[in-house]
Design a protein around this ligand. Sequence first.
Ligand code: ATR
Length: 283
Amino acid sequence: MMITGKTRLAGVVGQPIGHSLSPILHNAWLKAADIDGIYAPFALAEARFEAFIEGLRGGSVSGLNVTLPFKIRALAVADQVRDRARLAGAANVLVFQDDGTILADNTDGLGLILAFSSQAPGFNPQAGPVAIIGAGGGAQGAAAAFLEAGCPEVRLLNRTFDKAEQVANSLGKGAQAWTLAEAGSALHEVIAVINATSAGLLGAGLNLPLEVTPPDAVIMDMTYKPLITPLLSQAVSLGRRTVDGLEMLIGQARPSFAAFFGQDPPEEVDVRRLALDALEAGS
Ligand code: ATR
């Protein structure tokens, strides 16, 4: 591809960033749509985040995805914050507007809902309570997304009850705090269980009593390394439908792309295959 003076720039900031799959997704879409743009990874020292972002005001870069550990600080640097980002308590998208202002948004929640639509067709977030395991940023974002999608009740289950209670209070009506030890009761009658803890990441598993969920409940894990987490294997062995973290990553990337490049990503690219290849190659 030819880089010119008119090439539109976007990217992703995080630390570490070397294993991010986002450049693979966005650059594949740019190529397929024949857009004069590039999407680059930016690894920042933790202390440099605000200074880096300030320098981009005015639109020399059209926008950035923000990943760990900067998602909360990304809210504070913005002049305007979309409601869904405020509710999630974090931003994964910053858009640099021509007038010098910065808009913060959060597409993680939409990505989660898109992942359910694609891997659990017919799933309706309004059909009953949802259990979310964890009380960190990922859990709060997932809870906010389900409440926004019309879910009547979000049960936040966390090892440390106080944290679940704080998050439930900040979300308001519809959110309830539970301890992880109460999972046997909390998982009754749920339409979905979402793991938003780092337990899957460590491979330790959570040992949730998934057998108490209704047979048509959908089990989701936000982790995609490994793609099939211990929780998802347990769900498959019980015959439950599953949704994985890679589909959520792709789901949040779609509206991010539209915010940076002004059009939806082309449908025909199999970005999931590209991401799976990269994961297999250990990238
Ligand atoms: P995020 O990356 O989403 O912001 P975080 O703030 O790092 O997440 O929080 C990690 C979450 O995983 C917390 O809810 C944590 O529970 P505690 O609040 O009790 O610490 C949860 N977590 C991590 N390891 C866990 C484990 N082995 N079992 C259960 N929960 C675990």
